[in-house]
Design a protein around this ligand. Structure first.
Ligand code: CJB
Length: 828
């Protein structure tokens, strides 16, 4: 370290955070002229965005350094959030807001000849996630920083995020999302942090001089993990945490021999293979696909992260048993479950800790969050594949399983079937490693993400584990969203209006303060302003639709939105069948009836996994209906249908504030929580939804008069499915009409939709027919209620006033208190 006599010089010239507009401008120009090697004569919007973000980034780095120093000297317990997905979206607007420099940068760039909005548009989304799970991780790290908890995120630095979606001839077409073309100003490469990671090879054991059996894993392929740090600024605090993303590189010695022997090509090929590991995000949501490369990604990321965490712990020279007092690790779904095994391996094989002591440390360190009960999403790795890639880990899993099953057998000696049911190894052919079971056994707490979901995991997929461990190991932490991005950034006007009544912007930190607007729910002036802002947001979306889909839309129509990943369980098919039903009804209306009808704009958006045939068919049907309906002059303004291509975080920021109604209509019991439901209500839209996931708690908070619920309850789902399997359940008559219209070719070639229709007329696993009448009834009520403008707006205001519970700050406080056992560190 620097000798004390030199430190003065360091301190004298230490970089300070810029405070005012002029300092920002100075930094901006410095970056244009030096970092970018340009000048005022060739500075376009892209260069201006880059210079501005460099200036802001420098400021974040100063705060980041202070925070990390503080956290290191305070030496308190940290949380590490392990997530294979961080769906961050754009960084610049958020960084300006959280650092409190939005006004100075806005007016700063204006003086220099730029509009801040144009610069923000230059930034590509950091789309390192698929949907809800990845966006939750992004909200969580924002909240961890904003509430001053010491915590890091660990993920992968994919070179390709979620694919870009185009619609060609009504079908989804994917293209790669190479988001790093113009380099990424928000990351700090840490080329000096390189960690060797091994795959394949073999294991061997021997007895050492002390008579101890030692296990070694050797002879495998090596790759290197390089760290890229992304500063995560908290809102209204200096706390700036770290998101560390790993990229894979060939090791330094990579095939040096081959290279020297002149086999240049194959040497290069091998080195490219190493980089492939972190190259691309798997585009599946709520679906497990057992590819070896995916398991490689998981181990690569987990091993690098644990190596890093352990290295940091070892610097404190504490005994191993204190590890869980310093470190909490949260497993975001089962994707990082190998971390359980890797920590056990480090402790017993590398650090010489005894098995039981090590296992105690491991289980006290980890917490596991489950995000789905869908069977097709649960990870199970074939034992042969696993053994080949990670032979030592497989041995350790067998050992963990053995000790666990011995314990279970002792507790329940008469329950012979139980052992097979809870074994980490499924006795199929080939055998499979059940990752969720390993995660439960390796953690001290397991949580679901909304009340219903947390009950369901206890009574269905993890029932036996509740019998074994007792109910206290299982808990609920209802998801939340960050009000910084999902209120301030997406809807600045609504935010200002709310602030005028709350008296400050403090509700962005304590969302319960929204309650203060409730007394104004019936205030005509406040209502007027509320409505004006909704119209403004609808016009903003209308402009986007005009640009992307080429149509003018009527902003006085009811905007009805369903945007999320396309999935049969989320039931976009039910929505589009409902739209067809509406279309047929309009066609049958008299002119008088038409005058009474409520005009609607139905907006869809979302990506399908590239290999998901049924989801792709649903997209095609939406687009086919859109084409027919929008061109039908009988219909006019009464109905318009749009599919907005390439739904992502940035588009959500435009779409969410513009909804009157949003749909969250999963088959009861299938959507673990949902988080876009929270975003829509927070922005003054009402929900049309099923009694599922967080819809239930939203109803509790906002009141059942302020939400449109319909459909069968989760408790009836099994019975209904059983009926479909074993008897002839008649198809809903309105749905039959819809299917007839499709089958006679109203929306083009009916052959395209045969399997979609028979998924409903057959076993109807997602109960579309069972819920259809109730859905249409709820839609009718929406049409009626929307006509009564005063009641509608007061319901909207009341709903927003009661959304405080759904801040991710609240969720993080719950995790911190009941799972991580960590405390905030104030940055004074
Ligand atoms: N979820 O986005 C995903 N991907 C998965 O593979 C499994 C679950 C979603 O996680 C969200 C965050 O907890 C939930 O709100 C959502 O219901 C769930 O589908």
């Amino acid at each position: 370290s620097i000798p004390s006599e030199s430190r003065q010089v360091w301190q004298k010239f230490g970089v300070k955070e810029f405070g005012g507009k002029e300092e920002f401008q100075q930094e901006f120009i410095r970056h244009v002229e030096t970092t970018l090697a340009r000048s005022m004569y060739n500075c376009d919007d892209l260069a201006a965005y880059q210079a501005a973000s460099q200036a802001i980034r420098d400021r974040l780095i100063v705060a980041w350094n202070k925070t990390q120093q503080k956290h290191t000297t305070k030496d308190r317990k940290r949380v590490y959030y392990l997530s294979l997905e961080f769906l961050m979206g754009r960084a610049m607007d958020n960084a300006m807001l959280n650092a409190g420099i939005k006004d100075i940068t806005k007016s700063g760039v204006a003086d220099l000849g730029f509009k801040i909005e144009d610069l923000l548009e230059q930034e590509p989304d950091a789309a390192l996630g698929n949907g809800g799970l990845g966006r939750l991780a992004a909200c969580f790290i924002d909240s961890i920083a904003s509430t001053n908890y010491p915590g890091w995120g660990y993920g992968l630095r994919y070179q390709y995020g979620i694919f870009k979606q185009r619609i060609v001839d009504g079908y989804q077409v994917e293209s790669p999302d190479y988001w790093l073309t113009f380099s990424n100003p928000w990351e700090i490469p840490r080329y000096e942090i390189q960690i060797d990671i091994m795959f394949y090879g073999y294991t061997r054991k021997y007895t050492n001089d002390d008579g101890k059996v030692v296990h070694v894993w050797e002879g495998g392929e090596q790759v290197q993990a390089v760290a890229y740090d992304v500063p995560v600024p908290g809102y209204g605090t200096e706390t700036t945490n770290n998101l560390r993303l790993w990229a894979s590189k060939p090791t330094r010695e990579f095939d040096f021999e081959k290279f020297n022997a002149g086999d240049y090509e194959s040497s290069v090929r091998e080195s490219q293979k190493a980089e492939t590991i972190s190259a691309v995000l798997y585009p599946n949501d709520n679906f497990y696909s057992g590819k070896e490369l995916r398991l490689k990604q998981q181990y690569f990321w987990v091993a690098a992260s644990l190596n890093d965490i352990v290295r940091r712990f070892k610097k404190t020279h504490r005994p191993w048993k204190e590890f869980p007092d310093q470190v909490a690790i949260q497993l975001n779904d089962t994707h990082p479950t190998l971390a359980v095994v890797e920590l056990q391996r480090i402790l017993i094989d590398m650090e010489g800790v005894e098995w039981d002591a090590a296992w105690n440390i491991v289980t006290n360190t980890f917490g596991y969050t489950n995000h789905t009960v869908l069977p097709e999403a649960l990870e199970k790795w074939p034992v042969p594949l696993f053994t080949n890639l990670l032979p030592r880990h497989m041995e350790i899993i067998y050992e963990i399983n053995l000790f666990f099953l011995q314990k279970v057998e002792k507790m329940f000696p008469k329950e012979r079937d139980l052992l097979g049911r809870v074994s980490i190894i499924e006795e199929s052919s080939p055998q499979q490693v059940r990752m969720a079971y390993l995660a439960i056994i390796g953690s001290h707490k397991v949580n679901g993400v909304a009340e219903l979901h947390s009950e369901l995991i206890k009574t269905t997929i993890f029932k036996d584990f509740v019998t074994i461990y007792g109910p206290d190991k299982f808990m609920n932490v209802t998801n939340g969203i960050t009000p910084r991005r999902w209120l301030h950034q997406a809807n600045p006007k609504l935010c200002d209006l709310i602030a005028s009544k709350v008296g400050s912007y403090d509700f962005l930190k304590d969302l319960n303060l929204l309650k203060k607007i409730e007394p104004f729910a019936h205030d005509p002036k406040f209502q007027d302003e509320w409505v004006t802002i909704k119209k403004f947001n609808k016009a903003r979306l209308a402009a986007h639709i005009k640009q992307s889909n080429g149509y003018d839309v009527n902003v006085n129509a009811l905007f009805d939105v369903q945007v999320k990943r396309i999935h049969e369980y989320k039931r976009q098919q039910m929505n589009i069948f409902g739209v067809i039903h509406r279309y047929l009804s309009i066609k049958a209306m008299t002119e008088e009836e038409k005058k009474e009808a409520t005009p609607r704009v139905c907006i869809f958006g979302g990506k399908s996994a590239p290999g998901y045939y049924m989801a792709k068919t649903i997209i095609k049907l939406i687009n086919a209906v859109s084409e027919v309906v929008n061109a039908d002059t009988d219909v006019g303004d009464l109905l318009k249908v749009f599919f907005i291509a390439d739904y992502n975080v940035s588009k959500a920021e435009i779409i969410v504030p513009a909804s009157d109604i949003s749909q969250h209509i999963s088959t009861a019991g299938t959507e673990a929580s949902g988080t876009s439901n929270m975003k829509f209500v927070l922005n003054g839209g009402l929900i049309l939804g099923t009694v599922d996931g967080a819809n239930i708690e939203i109803t509790r908070e906002v009141g059942e008069n302020n939400i449109f619920l319909f459909g069968h309850l989760a408790e009836s789902v099994e019975d209904l499915r059983h009926k479909h399997r074993f008897s002839d359940v008649p198809l809903d008559p309105n749905l039959e009409k819809v299917f007839n219209a499709i089958e006679i070719g109203t929306f083009g070639d009916p052959n395209i939709y045969v399997s979609l229709i028979s998924s409903v007329t057959g076993s109807d696993y997602y109960l579309v027919s069972d819920d259809f009448q109730s859905y249409l009834d709820a839609q009718k009520l929406v049409d009626q209620d929307f006509k009564n403008k005063d009641t509608w707006v007061s319901r909207s205001i009341t709903a927003v006033a009661n959304m405080g519970f759904f801040s991710s700050d609240r969720a993080i406080d719950e995790y911190a208190e009941s799972i991580w056992n960590i405390e905030p560190i104030a940055m004074d």
